[in-house]
Each structure stands twice: as structure tokens, then as C-alpha cells.
Design a protein around this ligand. Structure first.
Ligand code: ADP
Length: 174
């Protein structure tokens, strides 16, 4: 049974087996969570990402997929990079967003990670509406069979936290 916990804060400060990165398909860094992870985690993470680009992922990591690297100086063993879809008002891409959570948990299982921290994938630069993103995140994690014991959603601001809390029937921030 996987327990779901909620934290309001910066995902790069969490102590977990694996931190999930809302990456872009280049795997070569970006803004938001991605920038924060590379800044705090240090150059080892980018070095492994470059190796992945030079080997398995020459064209980049496809949307909805996930791949692991070292976590460098983060208090974690691995970073699991996943590429969320860009929000579209005309096309339903929710299957791809669900896939990010499912594939990240699959990679976590392969690694033997039992605690995994997720950001709200696609809700930043990729503009996915927070309530719908929270619904997809929670429903997908609940529906995925995994050996991961704790999924920790780490939400960067109060609004994101409260949106996830409502979806999970948890109390709002004090
Ligand atoms: P995407 O490109 O998938 O939209 P972003 O990194 O732009 O990814 O944003 C995803 C979510 O992560 C947003 O809700 C953003 O506010 C949040 N975020 C940004 N920095 C951090 C951080 N250090 N820890 C946790 N969440 C963060």
C-alpha cells in the first residue's frame, strides 16, 4: 500500500530515495524545478544527462517517459527525470501527464526506491491548470501498483498545496 503525503516547499530540500524532475526532453536543464535540481544537485546530474543524450536518448526523452540519474549533492539517491506535456486547450494530453507519474513509479520500482518526491508536473512553464493536474497526479498514483511506500507531493506554493489537499481530502494549511 502506497501512502501519499503532502509537503509545501522546495523539492530540492527533501530527503527521499528519488526526486522526480519535471524535465524537458533535451534533458539538458531548464527553469523551474529542473533549474533548481541542477543548481542544488550540482554538475554530476547534468553529466549523466549528457551521457543519456549521447546513448539511449539521442533525440531526447519523449514526453510521458522517465529515466533516472544520480542525485548528485541532493539528499536522495536518484533523480528521475520525466517530461510532462505542454497544456493544450484543444487536445487532451492527460494520458501523457498520467504516464509521467506511472513511468516514474516504474523506474522507481526498478531502482528499488521506496520514497519518491514528485513536483506538480506540467503546472509551471507548461501551464497545466493546477486542479486538473492534481486530479491526474492523485488518480494515477492511486491506480498504479508499485513497491514505492511513500509518494510525497512537494508543492511550491500555498495554492498548489491546497489544491492537492482538496483532491486528497486533507486539511488546508493552518
Ligand atoms: P513544467 O515545465 O513541467 O511545467 P516547472 O518546473 O515549470 O515544470 O513547474 C512545475 C511545478 O513545479 C510548478 O507548479 C512550479 O511552481 C513548481 N516548482 C518550481 N520550483 C520548484 C521547487 N524547487 N520545488 C517544488 N516545486 C517547484
Amino acid at each position: 500500500m502506497t501512502s501519499i503525503t503532502l509537503v509545501r516547499g522546495d523539492i530540492t530540500q527533501e530527503s527521499v530515495d528519488a526526486v522526480v524532475n519535471a524535465a524537458n526532453s533535451s534533458l539538458l536543464g531548464g527553469g523551474g524545478v529542473d533549474g533548481a535540481i541542477h543548481r542544488r544537485g550540482g554538475p554530476e546530474i547534468l553529466a549523466e544527462c549528457r551521457k543519456l543524450r549521447a546513448s539511449h536518448y539521442g533525440k531526447g526523452l519523449p514526453t510521458g517517459r522517465a529515466v533516472a540519474t544520480t542525485a548528485g549533492r541532493l539528499d536522495a539517491r536518484w533523480v528521475i527525470h520525466t517530461v510532462g506535456p505542454v497544456w493544450s486547450a484543444t487536445e487532451d494530453r492527460s494520458g501523457l501527464l498520467a504516464s509521467c507519474y506511472r513511468e516514474s513509479l516504474r523506474v522507481a520500482d526498478e531502482l528499488g526506491a521506496t520514497t519518491v518526491a514528485f513536483p506538480a508536473i506540467s503546472t509551471g512553464v507548461y501551464r497545466w491548470p493546477m486542479d486538473d493536474a492534481a486530479r491526474i497526479a492523485v488518480e494515477t498514483v492511486r491506480a498504479t501498483a508499485t513497491g514505492v511506500e511513500e509518494v510525497r507531493f512537494v508543492l511550491f506554493d500555498d495554492t498548489a498545496y491546497e489544491t492537492f489537499a482538496r483532491r486528497l481530502d486533507r486539511p488546508p494549511l493552518p
